[in-house]
Design a protein around this ligand. Structure first.
Ligand code: SAM
Ligand code: SF4
Length: 465
C-alpha cells in the first residue's frame, strides 16, 4: 500500500492558486458543492471543501452565480444517477448567465468510463470530470483549467491513501472519520468495488490523530466510516484489527460517542461484539446489513453468510448488549427472487425486530454479475413487496418506540425540533427524542425522559448536565 501526503503531491499548485484566483476573479471566488449518496461521499465533500477554502474559495449553497460548482455523485442506484444528469442539465443555463463558471463532477458516478464519455460528448459545459481515486488532485485540475487547459477527464485507478488533506467539516459536534476506503467483497449487485477500488486501510496513528483532533475541537459524536469496517487492517502489518482500533479510540479522554458503519456480517466477530460491550464510548448501535433473508438469494448475492449465521450474530450481540439498536439494509426484488424468498426476508425482519431499516428496490448496475441475471418479476410486483416490508417494519418500529415511554436517555442534542421551542437529540442508540430547549443546547448531552409518542418520541429534560 502506498501512502502519500497531499501537501507534497500538490504543493506546486496549492501555492500558486491564490495568485491565479486573484488574477482571474479579482475578488474571493465562490464554490458550491452538491453531495449525493452515502456518508463516505459526505466525508469526501468535507475534504473537497477543505481544499477549496485553503485555496481561497468562499463556500456557498447556491449554484447561481457561483464560480465553481461541483457534483460529488453516487452510482449505487440508477435513481441517484438520473438525478445528477437532470441537475447537471440545468447547469447549462446558469453557465450561460455566468460564463466564467467552472463545472465539475466527481465521485462514484464520475469514476465510470461511460459517464466520462457521456459528459465529454453531451455536456460540453462540464469542465472537469475526475474519479474517486484522484480527488486530492483538485488544486491541480483547477489550476490547469483556470490557466486555459482543455477540459479535464481524469479517472485512473490508483490504489493508495492520501493523508493531510484539509477538512472543512459540515457540523460542529458530529464528525465523520474514514478509517478505510474501497471494497473487496463484490456483492453481485453492487457497483462500489468497481468505482472505489480495492480495500485500503488508513494507518492507526493517522486515524487516532484525527480522532484526538475531533475530540479536542469539541466533537461529541464520531462515526468511523468504511464499506466493511470489520475487515479494517486486513493484509496490513498494523498489528491492530477493527476491534483493537475501537478499543484505542475509546481510550481517548473526553465525553464523546463512537459510532461506525458499515459492518459486513461475514466479518463480524464476537471479538468485535466484546469490544462494543467493553468500550463505554462505543454507542449501542450495530448497523448490520443482511440484504435478504433467503439463503438462496444470499448465495446469488455473493454475501458469503447464511440466515442462520446472521441470526447467531444478532443473538451474540444481544447477549452482550441487551438494549442494542440493530439496523440493516435490505434489497427487495433481486433478480430471480420469488415471493417465497421475499417471505424469508419478512420473517427475518419480524424475528430480529430492527430499530429501523434502509430498504431498496434492486437497481441493475452496469457490469455487475446481477445485471446479467434473469429478472422476471415486474417493477410493480416488487413495489408491492416493498410496501409490505415497510408496513411490517412500521409496526415493529412503533412497538419499539412504545417501549421507550417512561425511560430516561442521555441524548446528544443535535437538531432543532419540528415545533418552535423544541430541540431534538439522538440517544446512544438510534432513537431521536424531542424536548423543550433552545439553540444553546446544541452539542450538549442532556438527560431526557420519554413521555409520549406522536410522530416522534417526546420527552422532558429531567436534569441539567
Ligand atoms: N458496504 C455496505 C454494506 O455492504 O452493507 C453498504 C454499501 S451500499 C453503498 C449501501 C446499500 O445500498 C447496500 O447495503 C445495499 O442494500 C444497497 N445497494 C447496493 N447496490 C444496490 C443495487 N444495485 N440496488 C439496490 N440497492 C443496492
Ligand atoms: Fe457493495 Fe457488498 Fe462492498 Fe457493501 S460489501 S460496498 S454492498 S460490494
Amino acid at each position: 500500500m502506498e501512502f502519500k501526503d497531499y501537501k507534497q503531491e500538490q504543493e506546486g499548485y496549492i501555492s500558486r492558486m491564490p495568485e491565479v484566483l486573484a488574477r482571474v476573479y479579482g475578488r474571493k471566488p465562490t464554490a458550491c458543492i452538491f453531495t449525493y449518496g452515502c456518508q463516505q461521499n459526505v466525508s469526501d465533500s468535507e475534504r473537497i471543501k477543505g481544499m477549496l477554502t485553503e485555496m481561497g474559495y468562499a463556500l456557498t449553497d447556491s449554484a447561481e452565480g457561483a464560480d465553481f460548482v461541483l457534483y460529488n455523485t453516487c452510482a449505487v442506484r440508477g435513481h441517484a444517477e438520473d438525478r445528477v444528469y437532470g441537475n447537471i442539465g440545468a447547469m447549462k443555463h446558469y453557465k450561460k448567465r455566468h460564463p466564467g463558471m467552472i463545472i465539475a463532477i466527481c465521485g462514484c458516478m464520475a469514476q465510470q468510463e461511460k459517464v466520462a464519455q457521456r459528459m465529454k460528448k453531451s455536456y460540453p459545459y462540464v469542465d472537469l470530470v475526475f474519479g474517486t481515486h484522484v480527488q486530492y488532485r483538485l488544486p491541480e485540475f483547477l489550476y490547469k483549467r483556470l490557466n486555459g487547459s482543455s477540459r479535464i477527464f481524469e479517472i485512473p485507478q490508483e490504489e493508495k491513501i492520501v493523508e493531510g488533506i484539509p477538512v472543512h467539516r459540515d457540523g460542529d459536534f458530529k464528525g465523520w472519520l474514514p478509517i478505510m476506503y474501497g471494497c473487496n467483497n463484490f456483492c453481485s449487485y453492487c457497483i462500489v468495488p468497481y468505482v472505489r477500488g480495492r480495500e485500503r486501510s488508513r494507518k492507526p496513528e493517522d486515524i487516532l490523530n484525527e480522532a484526538r483532533e475531533l475530540v479536542a475541537k469539541g466533537y461529541k459524536d464520531i462515526t468511523l466510516l468504511g464499506q466493511n469496517v470489520n475487515s479494517y487492517g486486513a493484509g496490513c502489518d498494523f498489528g491492530l484489527n477493527f476491534a483493537g482500533l475501537l478499543r484505542k479510540i475509546n481510550e481517548i479522554e473526553g465525553d464523546f460517542r463512537i459510532r461506525f458503519m458499515t459492518s459486513h456480517p461475514k466479518d463480524c466477530t464476537t471479538e468485535l461484539l466484546d469490544a462494543m460491550r467493553d468500550c463505554e464510548k462505543v454507542s449501542c448501535h450495530l448497523h448490520l446489513p443482511f440484504q435478504s433473508g433467503s439463503d438462496r438469494i444470499l448465495a446469488l448475492m455473493n454475501r458469503k453468510y447464511t440466515r442462520e449465521k446472521y441470526l447467531s450474530l444478532i443473538k451474540a450481540a444481544r447477549e452482550r448488549i441487551p438494549d442494542i439498536s440493530i439496523t440493516s439494509d435490505i434489497i427487495v426484488g433481486f433478480p430471480g427472487e420469488t415471493y417465497e424468498d421475499f417471505k424469508e426476508t419478512l420473517s427475518l425482519v419480524k424475528e430480529v425486530r430492527f430499530s429501523s431499516l434502509f430498504t431498496f428496490i434492486y437497481s441493475p448496475r452496469d457490469n455487475t454479475p446481477a445485471a446479467q441475471m434473469d429478472d422476471p418479476v415486474s417493477r410493480e410486483e416488487k413495489g408491492k413487496w416493498f410496501d409490505e416490508l415497510l408496513r411490517t417494519q412500521e409496526i415493529i418500529s412503533r412497538e419499539i418506540n412504545a417501549d421507550t415511554v417512561g425511560k430516561t436517555y442521555k441524548v446528544l442534542c443535535d437538531d432543532f425540533g419540528r415545533k418552535e421551542g423544541k430541540m431534538a437529540g439522538h440517544t446512544n442508540g438510534t432513537a431521536v427524542i424531542e424536548f423543550d430547549g433552545t439553540e444553546e443546547d446544541l452539542g450538549k448531552f442532556i438527560n431526557v425522559k420519554v413521555d409520549a409518542i406522536s410522530n416522534v418520541l417526546e420527552g422532558t429534560r429531567i436534569k441539567e448536565n
